[in-house]
Design a protein around this ligand. Sequence first.
Ligand SMILES: [Zn+2]
Length: 481
Amino acid sequence: MSDHNWEAVIGLEVHAQLKTRTKTFCRCSTHFGDDPNSNVCPVCLGLPGALPVLNREAVTMAVKAALAFGATVQQQSIFARKNYFYPDLPKGYQISQYEKPFSTGGAVDARLEDGTIKQIRLIRVHLEEDAGKSLHTITEAGTAVDLNRCGTPLIEIVSEPDIRSATEAYAFLYRLRQTLLYLGVCDGNMEEGSLRCDANISVRKKGTKEFGTRTEVKNLNSVRGVERAINFEAERQISVLESGGQVDQETLLWDADRQVVRSMRSKEEANDYRYFPDPDLLPLVIESVWIDDILATLPELPEAREKRFVKQYGLPEYDANVLTATKEVADYFEETVKLARGTEPKKVSNWIMSEVLAVLGDKNIEITEFEVKPDRLAVLFELINKGTISGKIAKKVFDEMTRTEATAEEIVEKLGLVQISDEGSLKALVDKVIENNPKQVEEYKSGKEKVFGYFVGQVMRETSGKANPQIVNDLLRKALS
Ligand SMILES: [Zn+2]
């Protein structure tokens, strides 16, 4: 924020679509991208007389997420109807939770840019169903409605207004999304809308305790977009207040193309929704055995894994953070270390951070789609360890491995890349290089240490990079002393 007298007070509401195969209260498929209105039935269309039956898998996933954030899972909670009118909501109400959500408390440990952890508390996590989708641009005739998404399970995660800046909001959302991905309960795709975020934003003079009037900003469809929108809106509120105006409580839409917010409607109060317990659904009872079972299936979470990587493999925190960014990359690292016996974990880490991640970026693929699996990479490390190839040549071999199915050994053989470690032939080359470069020898002997690299380079050139660099170094030192 440009003005240091002000601080922002931000609370986030995140809707995460659960990766169940079927919807919350019926057996319709949740598959994304099917023909419009093909995955619907009387229950999710809200036809008279249809009765909802709760999907156990949705509850399991919701509880899993709540437990991962250290929340308290309530053994009994209530489904409520949230009443509002919208074309993509055929029932005229959404089944949600209001007074008694299934989960309260908990926190997200957001890692700030300087590496410190800020704990951002959660008010609640509740289970609800999604609405359909209004499509405003596919037909000239007007707005079309696709109800396939109606009834897809969501969890809504509501934070306390503990967030004080756009960067903290980014850190919160990053960690939250990362955790949901580790748990496998949400695909985290903000562009497709399976993870959505609304921000409640107000500003106040630093040092004051009471909250200013807040606005709600919607339509935030990327983690960076959340950061930008919050910055924009906080700045806007500050300039309104500084010029003597007042902030209106309203709902705003973030326009990512123009990077501005625009007014959507004045904010409705909770009582506009006329929440009441859904008479078609029994209270949701989550017995403690069920909670214990789910607790037992929780995977190691990002923060814990990062700490273990530092401890177990002796990696710098930076490496551990990069490698544990996704569960899949962390798995890839551990698998490679296990298979490439005797290889320093730090070497494996370097290789993944520089070579592997670069190729994934170039090809725009996930590590699970990467053709060089840990077993293939491990063989490459073995060849380096045995001295068959140098680290430099290994990059060439790796490059080839990303384009063929050949093993590292086959590539080394086919391209004739075996490292030259034979002292006799290297000595001859070293002597030749020294003989051909009397001027540089003179310089070196008069104290210009830098020229040493030039000699190494010459020998490497003679051998197309295949000379064992350690032996070349030793021989050169000896010959020049
Ligand atoms: Zn259905």
